[in-house]
Design a protein around this ligand. Structure first.
Ligand SMILES: Nc1ncnc2c1ncn2[C@@H]1O[C@H](COP(=O)(O)OP(=O)(O)O)[C@@H](O)[C@H]1O
Ligand SMILES: [Mg+2]
Length: 345
């Protein structure tokens, strides 16, 4: 397995020179030009010493990522707590190694279960940064795949495809979206099983520097793990993402609108709340993703309205999304009728 084109030096505790998964040329001090988080190799300190995590630079870098996660994501308190727990585990593990206390490398393969648009991908990206800051993986990058990226169509095609994906993710996080599609019990000779076996070998490799995150709907994921106990036993961390409440989705909308330098006026905010009531009850509602899409279409209608005004525009005009921009959605036009989700604007 090649470790991919990743020239970053690591110097982290888990990557001691000479380890097989450490890319060539990463021993010795990091290149001066490389901007990186402070992540010095733990040194063995005296037994009587005390370690102050609050003044630790690595702890501070992790705290910054956790703070970003808190600020950029509405709600998800359970998820945020689990992410903090994992960060704490690694911080303490690192502190123990600084005292020369050897222990086995924690297994950090995970499953992220929840409906679409509940923040799984977003949190996984942050998780990759945290694992990197704590020296668990040598790259903060995440490689996202689905069944089609791993499974070949013909005999002999699957192993190379899967190994290529693993090589791309090497040193970071491999995020397998809708992982249960790898398992097709109705098809005895499905190549998905081959992928699972290769992954298993990779995940069991103690010295490997790959973290695998399996993501998808909770019910299908538990069926998938039940059918693959070997895999399940290598995934100790299960993090559940709840559907958002109406109130959380409204807050998410405000956050997204503000991030793009727009704002809802009061009537628009009320209209958007109404929009959500209707949209949430429809098929294929995708939580925060549906909110993002709705805002995109609201911007389109704002743009059309502004162009049709045929007058000079103020900064306020350009910033403000109005109730009219929201009520223009076909969702209101089809209210009472049977709306096809694809046609929902
Ligand atoms: N709690 C949240 N607060 C703000 N934005 C969110 C939140 N959860 C998801 N989003 C946004 O919604 C979109 C979809 O999220 P994503 O992480 O891709 O969901 P998933 O991977 O579960 O389908 C992204 O643009 C993301 O930034
Ligand atoms: Mg996703």
């Amino acid at each position: 397995m090649s470790s991919g084109p990743e020239p970053q030096p690591s110097g982290f505790g888990f990557y001691r020179p000479g380890q097989p998964d450490r890319p060539p040329g990463t021993t010795g001090p990091p290149a001066a030009a490389e901007p990186r988080e402070p992540t010095a190799d733990p040194v063995v300190i005296d037994d009587s010493a005390e370690l102050d995590l609050s003044s630790d630079e690595v702890a501070a870098a992790v705290e910054r990522t956790l703070a970003t996660l808190d600020a950029e994501l509405v709600g998800l308190s359970g998820v945020k707590r689990r992410v903090r727990e994992i960060a704490a585990l690694l911080l303490v593990d690192r502190a123990r190694r600084q005292f020369g206390l050897e222990s086995s490398r924690p297994t950090l393969h995970m499953s992220f279960t929840g409906g679409p648009g509940t923040g799984k991908t977003t949190v996984a990206l942050r998780m990759a940064q945290i694992l990197h800051a704590l020296g668990y993986v040598r790259s903060p990058k995440m490689h996202t795949v689905t069944r089609d990226d791993l499974v070949g169509q013909f005999i002999g095609h699957t192993a190379p495809k899967t190994k290529e994906a693993i090589a791309k993710a090497a040193g970071g996080v491999l995020f397998i979206d809708e992982a249960y599609y790898l398992h097709r019990p109705e098809n005895e000779r499905d190549y998905g099983q081959e992928v699972i076996e290769i992954l298993l070998t990779e995940m069991e490799n103690e010295r490997g520097s790959l973290v695998v995150i399996f993501a998808g709907y909770p019910d299908r994921m538990s069926t998938f793990f039940a059918a693959n106990p070997g895999l399940s036993s290598r995934v100790p961390h299960h993090i559940e993402f709840e559907d958002y409440t109406h109130q959380e989705l409204t807050q998410i909308a405000d956050l997204m609108v503000a991030a793009e330098n727009f704002r809802f006026d009061d009537a628009a905010r009320a209209a958007f709340s109404e929009y959500l009531d209707i949209r949430m009850a429809q098929p294929r509602f995708s939580n925060a993703r549906s909110v993002r899409n709705a805002i995109e279409r609201t911007r389109l209608r704002q743009a059309r309205r502004l162009v049709e005004l045929n007058r000079p525009l103020t900064k306020d005009d350009l910033i403000t999304l109005t109730a009219q921009d929201i009520y223009g959605s076909s969702l209101f036009a089809t209210r009472g009728a049977v709306a096809t989700p694809e046609a929902v604007g």
